[in-house]
Structures are given as C-alpha cells and as structure tokens.
Design a protein around this ligand. Structure first.
Ligand SMILES: Nc1nc2c(ncn2[C@@H]2O[C@H](COP(=O)(O)O)[C@@H](O)[C@H]2O)c(=O)[nH]1
Ligand SMILES: [Mn+2]
Length: 512
C-alpha cells in the first residue's frame, strides 16, 4: 500500500497538494492494477512535476524529549549544543521524533549531526549518519566462574583479544562461520571479505575495552530476572553466589566503517534526487527502494558479525583459562531498529523497550574503567522513544582534557598527568595494549556515574538490577613507537590530524 509518507520519501512536498497526489496514486493502483512502485512513481512524477523535488528541511522541528540536565557552566554549554544539533536534525522531513539521553554530548561541528546519546524515529527510511560510522558498537558480557587471581585472568585476556589500528596478522587470524555467510554480493558488503576476516577477535581503539568484573548473584537479582521473563539466565546465575564477568565493547571495525561510507554516499545521492538543502547528516535512504533493503540487510549482517567478534574473544579467553561459559548478555548502542514503519536510530543509546514476548530488554551500560557496569531492565518509556543511556558520556572533549595539562612555555605537565591517571585507575588492574596510558580514556574524561543513574531513574528510562564491579580493564592506549621524541606542539598537531581524519570518516563523537 502506498502511503503519503512513501510519497514524501520519494520527493513530494508535504503540502495540501499531497492529498491529490496520493489519491491519484490509489486510483492508478485500483484502475490499472499497478504493482510496480517504481513505475507508479514515474507516472506520478509526470502528472505532478511541480510539487515533486521540492522537499526541504522543515521550518519547525519534530518533537524532542530531553532526559538530561546540566549541572555546571560547561555542561550547560554542551547540552545547549546537543539540543541545537538535535533540533536541526528534527527538521528533516522524514524524522518524526527525537530524544536525548542523560549522557548526551554534542558531536562535531555540523549543525544537524545527531549528538552522542541521541535517538530519533524515522518514517520508512534510514539516515546513515544517525547511527554513526561505528555501526553496531555494542557491549557483550559473559558470566563464568574462576578462582584464578585477577592479574592472571588479565594476562589471559591480553593474549585473547587485540587492540590497535589495522587487524590481526595472517598467522594470528581466527575463523568464525559468520565469514562464510553468502552476503558478499550485497553492494554495501562487496569486496569486504578480507576486512571481515582480519578483524575477527579485534577491538580497535578509542574507548573500546575488555573489562573484567565481578557480580553478586543475589536472591533479589535472581527473582527480578525470573519475574521479567529471564528464567534461564536466573537459573544459570543461581549456580554461584558471585560470578566473574568479561565485558567487551567494540563495533564493526573497518568493515562497518566502509559500509557506512557507502551508505552515506547512496543516501546523499538518493536525497538529492528529490530534495534541496538537506545536509549530509540528515540524508536518507528510503526503505521503499532496492538500496534501502540492501542497506538494511548489510546492517543485519554487521550485527551478526559484531556479535561473532565479541563471542570469539570471549571463547578464546574462556578456553585459555579452562572455564565454561555460564551465560551471556549483550546489546548494541549504535544501530537502527525497526518498529513497523518506524526506524529507530540510536547513536549511543541503549534499547530499553520490551521484546516481542512483552519482557523488558536487558541492557549493559558502562560508565568508566574504574566504575561498575550497570545491568539494566528497560522501562519502555515511550516518551523517550524507549531508549536509555549508553554510558556516562564525556564531560570534556579529548582535546579539552589534554589542554588542562598544558603549561605556558613548559610543555605538557606529564608528572601531573601520570599522577592523575594513577589515582583514577588505582583500584583496578588497568592495562594499555599499545604500551602507554591514554588520559582521554580514563575516568577523568567521563561524567559522574551517580548523576547518570539519578537521571535514568528520574526520567524512568531503565532500572538498574545489578552492578558489575571492576577488577581490571584493557584499552588500546597509545603506542610509544609514535610518540617518543614528539614535542607538545607535535602531539597537538597529531591529535588535530587524527581529529580531522575522524571527522572525514563521519566519526564525530569525540570532536565536541
Ligand atoms: N567500563 C568502562 N566504560 C567506559 C570506558 N571508556 C568509556 N566508557 C564508557 O563507555 C561509554 C560508551 O562510549 P561510546 O564509545 O560507545 O560512545 C562512554 O560514554 C563511557 O561512559 C572504559 O574503559 N571502561
Ligand atoms: Mn560504543
């Protein structure tokens, strides 16, 4: 059935005349039995050329629900920018509603970039920029039992995973059946098999992590799980009073980044066919088109691939410590989910709706390496598009934090930096895969977890049912190879170049 939204997505302006175009479409279907939508749209374009191709950004935005408050001048500035970016994006004709989560931060400098911690509902279309280039960035937790000391578990974990640029070397690659799926004829995935293969069991860099923690399996937790349709998980967790937990955080690596670049290009071309003045960040692919279906299929593959990536790391680790997997949970926070004709986009937002059998979804929400990861039950609060936060969110940009350690004429205060890193990570076995710590990825960079939890509860987004206490964490960190002889100015230039590279890849989230 052709709807008015189908016509809007295909380029007709949402004006009074849309009713006539729609009526004519229905008449053509009834009278001439036209089933080919492409042909139908061609006939309509001939009959109504004046109102076609006239789509623009709307003058007033779709509704925005804000579940975040600022508690300082800096936070106020950040929130104002996040609201302004979201408001601009909500003027896109296919976007129907938006929500900002408690961890919302602006992203880049483009007017209509979706902020990190943002979610939008889009009618019958996908906006690639709104799920970010790190497609399927996700959390995956495995519960297991082990009495090995933490430092030994961390040694095993370091050998099981991989961080840093590039992928695994040929002799180090790990095969997973997901690589054998017959998906490579999809134009968004074509010629990407090699990328898919080298990145299995590879976490990349930025704030991706492998976190080792511990969770108490209290009677309250077990009964909450039972009552909310998670009997199997409750039964498995009841085997021990306390469990060790491995939580990994990463996305679809360069495989997904390439799908994103291709998706954005198709969206820009597609949108230009029938609209003017739509910024790249709001360009869409209509789901009525072949490209829309192919993009959707590619996203579903990336979801399976990323889950396989997490599971492979967890499998290698559990094999290495000779422990069995007791159970696992996980969720994406950069993705697109379908609800009938609506496509829910999250860039840093944890799904908190109910599954098809009416049970609330479980979520994993990390805060920082030294704080517990929250295990949550979604509250299905439709006022906020049924999302919850995906983290604590940055309190300062990477560059903003580094600037705090710069002294006039004396360069970077490395001693103060080292002392701050040590005090922020002293409670855990913190490891940096490439050798050197990265202060921009320590707890110093992120908002206070207590505030995020308070806002989650105040706005009724999700309920915290357990906390996974940190024991150790591995992140990429910095490589001494690249930094030994560099002056602070060179370091800043390097950071600037990296930022520009990221901006070009549309990975805007650490740029604010
Ligand atoms: N447990 C840990 N949480 C961390 C760490 N570094 C960052 N974070 C949190 O994760 C979210 C998600 O970030 P994103 O890349 O998906 O936007 C972030 O907001 C932080 O709160 C860590 O090392 N350990
Ligand atoms: Mn992420």
């Amino acid at each position: 059935m052709i709807t008015k939204q189908t016509l809007i997505n295909a380029g007709w302006a949402d004006t009074a005349e849309l009713d006539s175009v729609h009526q004519h479409a229905l008449d053509l279907i009834n009278e001439k039995q036209i089933t080919d939508e492409k042909y139908l749209l061609k006939l309509l374009k001939k009959k109504f050329p004046d109102t076609h191709g006239a789509l623009t950004m709307r003058s007033s935005p779709a509704p925005l629900a804000i579940a975040v408050e600022a508690d300082s001048k800096e936070a106020e500035k950040n929130l104002a920018k996040a609201i302004s970016q979201m408001t601009e994006l909500l003027k896109c004709p296919v976007v129907k509603a938006g929500a900002l989560m408690p961890d919302a931060c602006p992203s880049g400098n483009e007017a209509a970039s979706i902020p990190v911690g943002g979610a939008i509902a889009v009618e019958n279309a996908i906006i690639p920029a709104a799920h970010s280039s790190d497609i399927c960035c996700s959390l995956h937790a495995s519960f297991f039992h082990s009495s090995l000391p933490v430092h030994e578990l961390m040694d095993h974990l370091s050998r099981s995973t991989r961080f840093g640029p590039g992928g695994r070397a040929p002799q180090d690659m790990v095969h997973h059946p997901v690589l054998d799926e017959a998906v490579w004829n999809n134009p968004f995935l074509r010629r990407l098999q090699d990328k898919a293969a080298v990145h299995i069991a590879d976490q990349g860099d930025g704030n991706h992590f492998a976190f080792l923690g511990e969770m108490n399996c209290t009677p309250e937790l077990l009964s909450t799980l039972q009552e909310n349709g998670q009997s199997k998980l409750a039964e498995n967790l009841s085997k021990y009073e306390s469990m060790k937990v491995l939580v990994t955080h990463h996305g679809s690596r360069s495989l997904g980044a390439t799908v994103y670049t291709r998706g954005l290009e198709v969206a820009v071309k597609h949108t230009r066919k029938f609209a003017k003045g739509i910024p790249e960040e709001a360009a869409w692919i209509s789901m009525d088109t072949r490209e829309g279906q192919e993009y959707w299929d590619a996203l579903q593959y990336l979801s399976r691939w990323t889950k396989a990536n997490h599971e492979t790391i967890h499998h290698l680790f559990l094999k290495s410590i000779s422990s069995d997997l007791i159970d696992s949970v996980g969720n994406e926070h950069n993705f697109v989910w379908r609800e009938d004709d609506l496509y829910l986009h999250g860039k840093g937002a944890t799904p908190a709706w109910s599954s098809s059998d009416e049970h609330p979804l479980l979520g994993l929400i990390p805060m920082n390496m030294s704080s517990p990861i929250l295990l949550t039950l979604g509250a299905n609060n439709q006022d906020y598009l049924s999302f919850s936060p995906h983290g604590a969110g940055r309190n300062l940009s990477r560059r903003g934090l580094l600037r705090r350690y710069e002294r006039k004429r004396q360069g970077v205060d490395t001693e103060r930096m080292k002392a701050d890193i040590a005090s922020a990570t002293h409670s855990i076995d913190a490891r940096w895969y490439l050798g050197l710590p990265d202060i921009t990825e320590t707890p110093l960079a992120y908002k206070d977890p207590a505030q995020i939890k308070a806002m989650m509860s105040k706005y009724g987004l999700a309920k915290v049912i357990a906390e996974i206490t940190p024991l150790g964490s591995i992140m990429a960190g910095r490589s001494p190879k690249f930094e030994k002889e560099l002056t602070p100015k060179q370091l800043r230039q390097m950071q600037h170049r990296a930022d520009r590279r990221k901006a070009r890849q549309r990975d805007w989230q650490d740029e604010m």
